[in-house]
Design a protein around this ligand. Structure first.
Ligand code: DC
Length: 238
């Protein structure tokens, strides 16, 4: 088990990936983007032509493909059977279909085990997702839950899409969508994350909740860093 485990959970586009990455950098910790794991299995299932409602077949995909997750240049690099899919797992089809993997109980169990194994090999880790503080690392040292109102999250997602797409809209990349459409998709993802029976999105009882609606990334990182230092100081004094 790592010496320091920090979990960051929250809804889509709440800024948790960026905050987790920057926090890990400042603490000299490793980081784990667990959404990338759900996305990778989704992509493998799409490529294998598996029915997204068939949990046994989905489990077969997870068992027969070789997934690799590694931090490279501060980013979560993902490969399936030796092929780098880091960019492809961010595509709109994967984003839309990942909820099937996220609500399959047996798959979640396996992915949580993989997450714990990953953390066990690290000295310090910042791990982000939906259930990191509630399920995967319920005894984490410090837990955060980041949130922001859906309108603000839609604006952030649009800015991210524009940066990634180099400002050139293509029908398949979500760039042609209006802000209202992006917000609607985000709200649908929230609902599916919150309503699933296994690993639903919710703050852990002992999580520090931060509403980032009116905060810039740097302000959030500073806040988080301050709370980590306070908590660790208290822990060391015990
Ligand atoms: O954070 P993200 O958008 O990359 O997540 C991709 C999908 O995986 C999304 O449908 C939520 C799901 N997910 C999850 O169920 N549990 C996690 N710990 C992380 C992500």
């Amino acid at each position: 088990m790592a010496n320091l485990v920090i979990t960051i959970d929250g809804p889509a586009a709440s800024g948790k990936s960026t905050v987790a990455r920057l926090l890990a950098e400042r603490l000299g910790a490793s980081f784990l983007d667990t959404g990338a794991m759900y996305r990778a299995v989704t992509l493998a299932a799409i490529e294998a032509g598996v029915d997204m409602g068939d949990e046994e077949k989905l489990l077969g995909v997870l068992e027969t493909s070789e997934f690799q997750f590694a931090v490279k240049e501060g980013k979560m690099a993902v490969s399936i059977d030796g092929v780098d899919v880091t960019e492809r797992i961010r595509g709109p089809e994967v984003t839309a279909k990942a909820r099937h993997i996220a609500s399959a109980a047996k798959l979640r169990e396996k992915l949580v085990r993989m997450q714990r194994r990953f953390a066990a090999g690290e000295e310090k880790i910042v791990t982000e997702g939906r259930d990191q503080g509630t399920v995967a690392f319920s005894d984490a040292d410090v837990k955060f839950y980041l949130t922001a109102d859906a309108g603000e999250r839609a604006r952030r997602r649009r800015a991210e899409l524009r940066t990634k797409g180099g400002g050139e809209p293509r029908p398949s990349d979500g760039l042609g969508e209006s802000l209202e459409q992006i917000q609607k998709a985000i709200e649908e993802r929230d609902k599916s994350d919150e309503d699933r029976a296994v690993g639903p999105l919710r703050p852990a009882d002992d999580a520090i909740i931060i509403d980032t609606t009116d905060l810039g990334i740097e302000e959030v990182v500073e806040k988080v860093l301050r709370r980590v230092k306070e908590k660790c100081l208290k822990r060391n004094q015990k």
